[in-house]
Design a protein around this ligand. Sequence first.
Ligand code: PLP
Length: 435
Amino acid sequence: MNRNEPISRVASAALFDKSKTFFPGGVNSPVRAFKSVGGTPLFIQKGEGAYLWDEDGNKFIDFCCSWGPLIHGHNDPDVFEAIIDTLKNGASFGAPTKHENNLAEFILQRIPFIDKIRFVSSGTEAVMSAIRLARGYTGKSKIIKFDGCYHGHVDSLMVKAGSGLATFGTSSSAGVPEQLANETIVLPLNDSETLKNCISTYKEELACIIIEPIPANNGLILQDKSFLHEVREICSNHGILLIFDEVISGFRVAFGGAAELYNIKPDIVTYGKIIGGGLPVGAYGAKKEIMSFVSPDGPVYQAGTLSGNPVAMAAGLAQLKKCSETDFYTSQSEKTNSFINDINAFCLENNLAVELVAIGSIFWFSFNGKKRVRQASEIDADMSHFNKLHSFLLNNGVYLGPSGYEVGFVSSVHDEYLLKEASNIIKKGLVYCMN
Ligand SMILES: *Cc1c(COP(=O)(O)O)cnc(C)c1O
């Protein structure tokens, strides 16, 4: 293996031609259209373990893992069995089932800073509900988010920084009213000066600060632990709720996510991705007092026809049980570290200005020389190296998410042998794309 001739995309191209007549851009979520890397998106036929096959029969080592949910790879036997067993009794009832209790109990026993949880059907829904809860609980309306954090396509979070520091945001999507965007303040990550200044002006009006404690949707922008602690302290001092959006980091870097890893307790936490075992699930949780504001106990309305879906709950439980095994997270991060260290050593030897950054089993190709990226603005906007790498890797059997801003995921079935195979291909790809 090591070829530059393109793989066949005949079947994918035919499906894409057709899908373009059905869906905007031919897809049901924008990044899937391959716009940033170019070329026809691959239509996936099946996945098994750490591998994917597209409709042309090309086989790949998969580092996208459905954007994170598949921490045990495709078709994990335990998750599969839980899905089938539960499905035999029916797909959905719109009434309570024991499966919701089972998953909630399993999570709440292991995550001490939340007493109650509410299941929803996506990460976006979890975040949207958490923001509403924070506003309902505090009776305030302004929120702070950070540039470079993604929180799903929630209206009030589809906001980018306006001009100048610590100013109100402007909407980053058509269809989001400026009045709503104005309620969101966008700050740079890892910058406590700017944060403090903003707080001194707006502390009376702020409902919450929302942050991805491990920002992993716009590169992997690891934060100084001291900054995260500072955010916690500021929130506590001013009666502002701290929301950790752990949709990607929850159950990924530790069972209790970044909160556990950094030992910081948010007031509200949001989960998604891994929590559903590959099926659509999100959740938000908090202490009893805050959760008592959620309907039907309290005045903050939030509901869902398919919320707590029994099949999805069973899939999530089967998946999280495996995550809770002793040393699971240690072995995941050790494996990922040796994978990236091997590639980084190679890049150093060969003077390639690229570095793999990782935390837990999340990794990212940083084409920023040796500069440690702590803020979104520090990311080199030129993604041409990544785009070249991406197509080389596809042609050589390695599948990454189709954008240089996206992270990769190592699952529990990416064993050392497979990671070695992948790293050999990646090294060749990096030489190729940096020249
Ligand atoms: C993926 C993600 C979301 C959105 O979740 P969806 O299930 O795609 O709606 C929100 N926040 C973070 C941190 C995410 O990684």
